[in-house]
Design a protein around this ligand. Sequence first.
Ligand code: NAP
Length: 460
Amino acid sequence: MITSVYFIEVTYLLASALFVMGLKGLSHPETARRGMFLAEAGMFMAVVGTLMNREIISFSWIIAGLIVGSAIGAAMGYWVPMTAMPQRTALSHAFGALAAALVGIGEYLVRAGEMGRIKLGALDFEVMLGSLTFTGSLIACFKLQGILRGTPITFKGQNIFNMSLLAVILFLFGMVIHDPLQPAHFYLLIALSFIFGIMLVIPIGSADMPVVMSLLNSYAGLASAATGFVLSNNVLIIAGTLDGFSGFILSILMCRAMNRSIGNVLFGAFGSVIQDTGAAAAGGTMREVQLEDVAVQLAYARQVVFVPGYGMATAQAQHAVRELANLLQHRGVDVKFGIHPVAGRMPGHMNVLLAEADVPYEALYEMEQINPELSTTDVAVVVGANDVVNPDARDNPASPIAGMPIIEVDRAKSVVVLKRGQGKGFSGLENPLFYKPVTGMLYGDAKSTLTRLAHTVQKL
Ligand code: NAP
């Protein structure tokens, strides 16, 4: 018995250390894969340790759960495309949070009468966060998948309604601690938390969904940590806390990259009113350029900077851009990639795609590193990016995205924008960059345009 407890605690300790090392690895693209493997090994250790628990009566349900869960996880990993990764992540958060809430309900049914106040508080916290994260994450997933309208769904007095709902939930929270043997309070707390999760996320536009998801991820982590307190399980406390705080820090970093506050993201209904104050809205024309001319421009340039955005992800153009970059490098062109922290639809989106296409890490430059180089860049090639290169954020204080740091491609000697047509960015705003004399528009799907550019450059 003692050996088994000792073994479990050692595996949990190892698992926790692997989680910390995994997170550290994930903080840089170069070490991210290794970080992921370490975190996976940590999760494996945690599962092994848990299976050694002597309180397990029968393994049949556990094995059934393992088979079904692994099959679903493997299928999602294999078939869900990279572009659908944000909604897939939202779905994982939803079910992780639901699991935490269900464990809480199970514990309530078995032990409510014998729990002290602190444990009851942790249990309340677990089911409240688990329930609201479940419905909130489902709404985030539906919005990102287009099942629900992506723009904010609002009504008059929504923030007041939400605050009142939260006040009732917190009252019930106290009532459960005061009298745990009143199941009505407990189940009403859960039902209202489900509704609160929906109400919290529907007023938020899809463009802000990654921030919301990272916040919900943080809630799911904190719910797991609370589960750890209820079950006296150390690995759940450590992993849940790591998850909770890293999710929260990520949300803050994303908001900073968009020059917004978390309060503005959660309660600002960003994207509901699109007032186009941009220079573009005042008129002007976009200058279309020919593929052959761009190929010559690139082939004889000294320095070329590619700036990828969400369009590169939808077009799956990462391999094509790498091929073109390789060809240019062989011709002696200095090629760099400028990566905006919120390009695409999730943090690190561009890094992941470019790493998949074997673009070397040394060629990737963060926004702060690439901006000073752009004035001496011959051609900046915007590959399906829009908002992250919108100069209105810098030049127009009336713009809804004013103050958001951008990659300043308009400072380059020449800009070529690869996009399919006149489509706007995720903020729904016009982009004056496309109307500037320095900019040429090369229309078409990014992957096909880049492939044709590479063929043409090869022939020069
Ligand atoms: P974006 O502003 O959404 O613009 C993407 C552009 O790609 C569109 O204008 C579209 O124009 C073009 N496009 C789409 N499919 C294409 C294809 N197959 N080939 C070529 N072009 C294609 O993207 P972004 O510049 O990357 O900006 C990201 C946005 O998401 C920002 O507003 C950011 O604040 C927001 N956001 C991101 C995160 C994150 O973590 N990454 C978090 C929060 C918010 P056409 O339709 O004309 O082709």
